[in-house]
Ligand binder design. Structure first.
Ligand code: PLP
Length: 453
């Protein structure tokens, strides 16, 4: 039986009316990828206010690896509402925060003793990591990467790469931030080929210490083990290891931003585990809260304990509902083996993408790690001209036909898979079929456009 159920043209009348009201009430700066207003959701399905049912390949941008309203998560939230809501962990603490910190300290890669701080959003986790790294090392500079995304606050905009729409017009940014190339082989900044390149991009860090900023001025390197918003780019196997070695040699902290890669998305609890590294600070958010806002900074005890009482925290950080939801999310991931599921979902996605690639010259690259998979659309296989218009058309075709799909990439030409990992095989295949029809439709539209030109 089909999971997609469309009872009105998309968007339906109620969604259209809400879009109209939204345009009067909400600033344009908050983007709207689909014109669909949600009534309820479950597992990998979303029902809109007009009664249409969609398969969700976006998971609220990677927040729902354990599914919409995962049963254990909603139960934990309900149970907590019967006990207490906000009291502020800094005033009258509660055990959920402590239990979750213990859990993350044990899960974080590496054997060194760890501690965890909770805040409300990914960007806030990044901000705190920068504070902690600077205080601990007593050094000012931060190194980040081309195509990185770390958030929309002032410091995180400075660390983020993509100019439009994230940075342009919001200058000036906090300083002492330096950017080097990432291991993005399809669009190599040095126009080299892996492995003959000798991973020049990773060694660019050493070079930067001579040409850009002195190593002894650098507090930390912040890296997404697989680029998220930047287009789901998994670097070559050795890239992060080289980064870690160089950082250790110079007393620089390595911060892994696992806000999008974390919690089974890549087939391991954290993507760093694939690369065999132990970051000094590990940043989590998105799926951590199982649908509630929560983020964590986990790090080696000596680093996390460096700053004095009152220097870290915030009114709502580690909210009791969010902590209980997070504990239940981690239980769900472990008990339902969502890491194993991520590998299977990712393999299947890749298989289908590779067959589309033979059919549609528009697909330039297929890549990813576990279920963090993506394909990149180009206008010319050789020149790799980003097909951003076609990507937007494909996303639109998909939601009009019952599939929520999100794009990515500095050039806006990447389709990424962020489906809840609890998606059934039938729902997954149905979603993939919608993408295939969408690729056909976009291919035809573009052929017609070329014919008219
Ligand atoms: C890798 C990464 N870091 C940081 C952020 C910012 O998180 P938030 O939107 O919760 O502030 C995101 C959000 O997409 C992200 O993908």
């Amino acid at each position: 039986m089909s999971s997609i159920r469309l009872v009105t043209p998309i968007p339906g009348p109620k969604s259209r009316e809400l879009t109209e009201r939204r345009s009067q009430a909400v600033p344009r700066g908050v983007s709207q990828l689909t014109p669909i207003y949600v009534r309820r959701s479950e597992g990998a399905l979303i029902e809109d206010v007009d009664g249409n049912q969609f398969i969700d390949f976006g998971g609220g941008i990677g927040c729902l690896n354990a599914g919409h309203r995962a049963p254990k998560v909603t139960q934990a939230i309900q149970d907590q509402t019967a006990r207490h809501l906000h009291t502020c962990f800094m005033v009258t603490p509660y055990d959920g925060y402590v239990r979750l910190a213990e859990r993350l300290n044990a899960l974080a890669p590496g054997a060194s003793p760890k501690k965890t701080l909770f805040v409300n959003s990914g960007a806030e986790a990044v901000e705190n990591a920068v504070k902690i790294a600077r205080a601990y090392t007593r050094r000012p500079a931060m190194i980040c990467f081309e195509d990185a995304f770390h958030g929309r606050t002032m410091m995180t905009m400075s660390l983020t790469s993509k100019t439009h729409p994230y940075k342009a017009g919001f200058e000036p940014f906090p300083g002492d931030v330096y950017r080097i190339p990432f291991g993005y082989c399809y669009r190599c900044s040095y126009s080299l080929e892996y492995p003959q390149c000798g991973i020049k991009c990773a060694h660019a860090l050493e070079d930067a210490f001579r040409r850009v900023v002195a190593a002894e001025s650098v507090a930390a390197v912040i890296v997404e083990p697989v680029l998220g918003e930047g287009g789901f780019v998994a670097p070559p196997a050795e890239f992060l290891q080289v980064m870690q070695d160089i950082c250790r040699k110079h007393g620089i902290l390595l911060i892994a931003d696992e806000i999008q890669t974390g919690f089974a998305r890549t087939g391991k609890m954290f993507a760093c585990e694939h690369y065999g590294i132990e970051p000094d600070l590990l940043l989590t958010a998105k799926t951590l809260g199982g649908g509630l806002p929560l983020a964590g900074v986990t790090g080696r005890t000596e680093i996390m304990d460096h700053t004095g009482p009152g220097s870290l925290g915030g009114t709502f950080g580690g909210n009791p509902l969010a902590c209980e939801a997070a504990l239940a999310t981690i239980d769900t991931i472990e008990q339902e083996d969502l890491c194993g599921r991520a590998m299977r979902v990712g393999d299947r996605f890749r298989q289908r993408c590779n067959s589309w690639r033979r059919q549609f010259p528009m697909i330039g690259d297929v890549r990813g790690l576990g279920a963090m998979q993506a394909f990149e659309l180009v206008r010319d296989q050789e020149k790799r001209i980003p097909a951003d218009r076609e990507t937007t058309q494909l996303i639109r075709h998909c939601y009009e036909h019952g599939l929520i799909l999100v794009g990515a990439g500095t050039y806006g030409n990447v389709i990424r898979l962020l489906a809840p990992l609890v998606i059934t095989n039938e729902q997954f295949e149905e979603g993939l079929d919608v993408i295939e029809c969408g690729l056909e439709a976009v291919h035809e539209q573009e052929a017609a456009r070329a014919g008219m030109a």
